[in-house]
Structure formats: structure tokens, C-alpha cells
Design a binder for this molecule. Structure first.
Ligand SMILES: [Zn+2]
Length: 321
């Protein structure tokens, strides 16, 4: 085994007892798919991400699926092929294994007919190269429900309507946007001020959080109004942190992901640019970076999202295992 493939020996939570690193990277360009605009950056983003994972994070088991002529039939990102790869993704998983799933392509929302847990009554989905939807409910089964607790998944979706595409329970409490924007939104929407401000609780300094915790815990009315099934934005991270799934999405469920005309400016390209300079930025810094410079002055600016299986410590390091 080449030295670059040896298990991680860093002093992280899971990696401290060694782990396998496996990735599934999917980039769909839809060049000959009527009804779906061609995406020009997806193939390049997949290639760059593969290189980064191999060289910088020592992933050795990487499967790449792209709709390019030179790619074999079984690795074309059709619905059937993606489902087959998802079904086998965690095969043989052992405690400490780390997985990374990446999708770049089209995504969309549809009315949720059976999923009562969708806050907006819509299911999110990704679109395969043969133009078939893969619903968030199915992605959750394959990527979330089938992951062993002692393993870790990092997922990245550079696609439209991807904010809660894995249906993970926490997203509001991971937001890093500024307090000024929150106040502006409260005023504009007439939202409940206490609930809205709660979304920023975790972006405050530890000193302020510690001071505010007893106050917030004495406010059951705030928690009730946030809803029993929803991430209230007040969620407190466990200590020590045991989160095992995080998902970075290019935009909110209601938004369109951004790609410049030549495909060179995407959320993925900004993410890779950052990680090439800094292997383990804090989650907070990462979200700030990928949220910037994603506009062409014409289309609506998307807001990248970070969802997770547990409330996150935003000062913890990305892929630090
Ligand atoms: Zn939460």
C-alpha cells in the first residue's frame, strides 16, 4: 500500500483508531438532454475534487461517475447506475471509516405527497443523466440511514434546491450569516424576532453562548413556537462533538445554484480553491468563503447551506479526522 493510502493517524475523534477513506463523485453535464440546460463546470469540478481528495486527504477508494463519452457504461450517472453505487457505497464499512459523497448537476423540488416532515411540503431531488429524479427520501435511506454510527459521511451537493437534500435534522443552527441580515429579514418578513435571533445563537462567541444558555433554556415558549419537529436554531452541540454526517449544499431549497457561463465559478470551485490553500478550515470559515462571490449581478444570489445529523461546533475543522 502506498504511504498516501495509510489510515489517518491524526488525533481526531474517529480517525484516532484509523480509517478507510472512500468517495463517490458524480458530475452530470446533460449535454444531450433536452429540457435540461447543459452544465459546463460539473465534469471539471469532479476532476479537481478527485485530485484534491487523493493528494491532500489521502482518499484511495474513489469512484467517479460522469456523462462523458470516454466513461464506461456502468459509470455513466444514470438513475440505475447511481442507485447501484449508492446501494454498495457502505459495503463492508468498519468503525472509523470516512465517506465522501459529491453530486454536481441539476436538482429540483416537487410536491411532497407522503413526507409529512417536509417543512415546505416539498421533496428535494437530484437529476440523473437520463433525466430521472432521485428523491431526498431515497438519498436519506442510502446515505444517512445505512451509515454506521461510528463512521462519518461528508456530503456535498452542488445543485439547485439542495439545502435539505439529505433531510438531516439540523440546518438553522449551523448558519453563519451576520446578525444584521437576520434583523433585516425579521423586519422584512415580520417573523418572530426571538426565534429568528435564535438562529444565530451558535455563531456567537463561547462566552456569550455560555451566558445566554440559561436564559434560552428558560424560554419554552420560544422552543414551542419553533416547532417540535424542526431545528429551532437554538440547538446546542454535544460535548465532545459526536456528529457523524455533515452536508454542504450550494443553496437553500428554494434557490437555484450558481454556475458562471463557462462553468469556472461554482460553489465547488470556491470550496476547492479554499481547501487547496487550507486543508482544515473551520466550518464557519468554510461557509463564509463558499458563500461569497457567487453572483453575476443578474441572477438571484444563492446561499450555501450546512446541514448535519447533530448540532455542529462551527469552530471545528472540516475533514479533520
Ligand atoms: Zn439544529
Amino acid at each position: 500500500m502506498p504511504t498516501s493510502c495509510l489510515p489517518s493517524l491524526s488525533a481526531g475523534r474517529i480517525g484516532s483508531y484509523g480509517s478507510r477513506k472512500k468517495a463517490l463523485l458524480i458530475g452530470v453535464g446533460y449535454s444531450d438532454r433536452p429540457g435540461f440546460p447543459q452544465l459546463r463546470g460539473t465534469h471539471q469540478d469532479v476532476r479537481r475534487l478527485k485530485r484534491l481528495l487523493e493528494r491532500q486527504y489521502h482518499f484511495c477508494d474513489i469512484t467517479v461517475m460522469t456523462d462523458e463519452d470516454h466513461v464506461s457504461n456502468d459509470l455513466q450517472p444514470t438513475h440505475a447506475n447511481i442507485i447501484r453505487q449508492l446501494a454498495n457505497f457502505y459495503e463492508g464499512q468498519q468503525p472509523g471509516d470516512q465517506f465522501l459523497f459529491y453530486f454536481a448537476g441539476h436538482g429540483m423540488q416537487i410536491e411532497a405527497v407522503e413526507d409529512v416532515l417536509e417543512e415546505d411540503f416539498k421533496d428535494e431531488s437530484i437529476i440523473s443523466s437520463d433525466a430521472i429524479r432521485i428523491l431526498d427520501n431515497d438519498l436519506k435511506i442510502y446515505l444517512v440511514d445505512h451509515l454506521a454510527p461510528e463512521c462519518r459521511l461528508t456530503a456535498v451537493f452542488d445543485s439547485c434546491a439542495s439545502g435539505t437534500v439529505l433531510d438531516l435534522p439540523h440546518h438553522r443552527c449551523n448558519r453563519v450569516c451576520g446578525l444584521r441580515n437576520t434583523v433585516r429579514r425579521v423586519v422584512r418578513q415580520g417573523s418572530d424576532v426571538s426565534v429568528e435571533l435564535g438562529k444565530h445563537f451558535l455563531s456567537l462567541s463561547d462566552v456569550v453562548k455560555t451566558a445566554m444558555t440559561p436564559i434560552l433554556s428558560l424560554s419554552p415558549d420560544i422552543m414551542r413556537r419553533a416547532g417540535p419537529l424542526l431545528c429551532s436554531g437554538f440547538c446546542l452541540p454535544s460535548t465532545p462533538s459526536v456528529e457523524n454526517i455533515i452536508c454542504i449544499s450550494a443553496c437553500k431549497d428554494s434557490e437555484t445554484a450558481f454556475e458562471s457561463e463557462d462553468g469556472s465559478n461554482t460553489m465547488t470551485s470556491r470550496l476547492i480553491d479554499l481547501l487547496e490553500k487550507e486543508s482544515h478550515p473551520t466550518l464557519k470559515s468554510l461557509m463564509h468563503t463558499i458563500s461569497s462571490s457567487c453572483a453575476d449581478g443578474v441572477r438571484k444570489v444563492p446561499h450555501p447551506q450546512l446541514s448535519s445529523s447533530c448540532p455542529l461546533v462551527m469552530e471545528s475543522s472540516f475533514l479533520e479526522l
